[in-house]
Design a protein around this ligand. Structure first.
Ligand SMILES: Cc1ncc(COP(=O)(O)O)c(C=O)c1O
Length: 355
């Protein structure tokens, strides 16, 4: 606290990201990163761009990347916005599109950055409880609001909402923006990007941090009607002209061009998720069906927080949220098969030795 802070800063409760400990040989299953490295073609391209040209500013519009993403999703470049991680894209969307006179709606259990953006931009919001099974029931959203946002699959539950439900929502709420945050869509869901030409109120946000193993270069993007994209550009150009550096622009472009590597790593993660789900079920865990690169689990006999602490003693970190409704759950990122074997063995030994 300081007398020099603005009144707004006094009121903020910032987001707390999952920790990035500086410990060697850690099994890090806490922030939903990809356990596989970026495509070798991406690394080669980043190296190729690391030269004298770094003395120049990058292209403020990231045109080559927008064109690549537009082609990938069969859209036009003016239907694509890119930003410094999807967190930045989301932040601009809150300010440019979701800040309205009526409150924004999102699930009670969801990405915890959403209420933080509302705080930053002084927006009203209302949370809509997930069903008892942690599902989004779109009927619960049929009320007065200034917009709707949810991740699909949801985080931290991993549950997927079917595309036909999203389409129903878009039809029923044609006069407001529905933002679908698809950070984890590539691990088993069907993207709503195919609906963009039909629904001018739809904004889809994706990231290269998860399915494309590029959390370290911070690239996210939005797909939507050119009017929605223009709103985002207006905010971006009032905030930072160069959100993507040269290495990010070309590295991200190369990631979209290596479809085979992308498919292979996504499939490996999906298969490991199935194996881990079976192993944990055999240990008596309840597992929420997941279409993401993490699973959300609870055990009837062992408190989640205690399990997380015991795992940490063995240098394995998972995410525990001390929040209502989910404080008996652990969110476990899908690692490599080797990491998940070690994780399962550690969990088994903890359970066997805990009274
Ligand atoms: C639902 C959801 N949206 C967005 C993000 C932000 O991803 P990034 O800023 O790395 O693109 C995350 C990251 O964990 C997430 O879980």
């Amino acid at each position: 606290m300081s007398q020099f802070w603005s009144p707004l800063v006094h009121s903020l409760t910032p987001y707390v990201p999952g920790e990035q400990p500086k410990i060697n040989n850690l099994i890090k299953l806490n922030t939903n990163e990809n356990p596989y490295p970026p495509s070798p073609k991406v690394l080669a391209e980043i190296k190729a761009q690391t030269g004298e040209l770094l003395k120049r500013y990058p292209d403020p519009n990231s045109d080559v990347l927008k064109q690549t993403i537009a082609q990938y999703h069969q859209l036009n470049s003016n239907q694509v916005f890119v930003g410094n991680g999807s967190d930045e894209v989301l932040a601009h969307a809150f300010q440019a599109l979701l800040k309205q006179d009526k409150p924004l709606l999102f699930p009670d259990i969801t990405y915890s950055f959403y209420p933080v953006y509302c705080g930053l931009y002084q927006m009203e919001y209302q949370t809509i409880p997930l069903t008892e099974n942690f599902e989004i029931d779109i009927n619960d959203y049929h009320k007065e609001s200034g917009g709707i946002i949810f991740p699909n699959p949801n985080a931290p539950t991993g549950r997927l909402l079917a595309l036909k439900n999203i389409e129903d929502l878009l039809k029923k709420h044609a006069n407001k923006v529905v933002l679908v945050d698809e950070a984890y869509i590539d691990f088993g869901g069907e993207s709503a990007a195919t609906l963009i030409n039909q629904y001018p109120n739809l904004l889809v946000v994706q990231t290269l941090s998860k399915s494309r193993s590029l959390a370290g270069i911070r690239v996210g993007f939005a797909l939507g009607h050119p009017d929605l994209i223009e709103a985002l550009e207006r905010v971006k150009n009032s905030f930072n002209s160069y959100p993507l550096d040269r290495l990010a622009i070309y590295g991200a472009k190369a990631a979209f061009e290596d479809e085979a590597y992308f498919q292979e790593t996504c499939q490996k993660i999906i298969q490991t998720r199935h194996r881990l789900t079976n192993t944990l079920q055999a240990l008596g865990f309840n597992i929420i069906p997941s279409a993401a690169n993490f699973i959300f689990v609870s055990h009837p006999n062992y408190p989640a927080e205690q399990l997380a602490q015991a795992l940490r003693k063995q240098s394995i970190i998972v995410r525990y949220f001390n929040k209502p409704r989910i404080n008996q759950y652990l969110r476990i990122t899908i690692g490599t098969d080797a990491e998940n074997r070690q994780f399962s063995q550690a969990l088994q030994s903890i359970i066997q030795t805990t009274p």
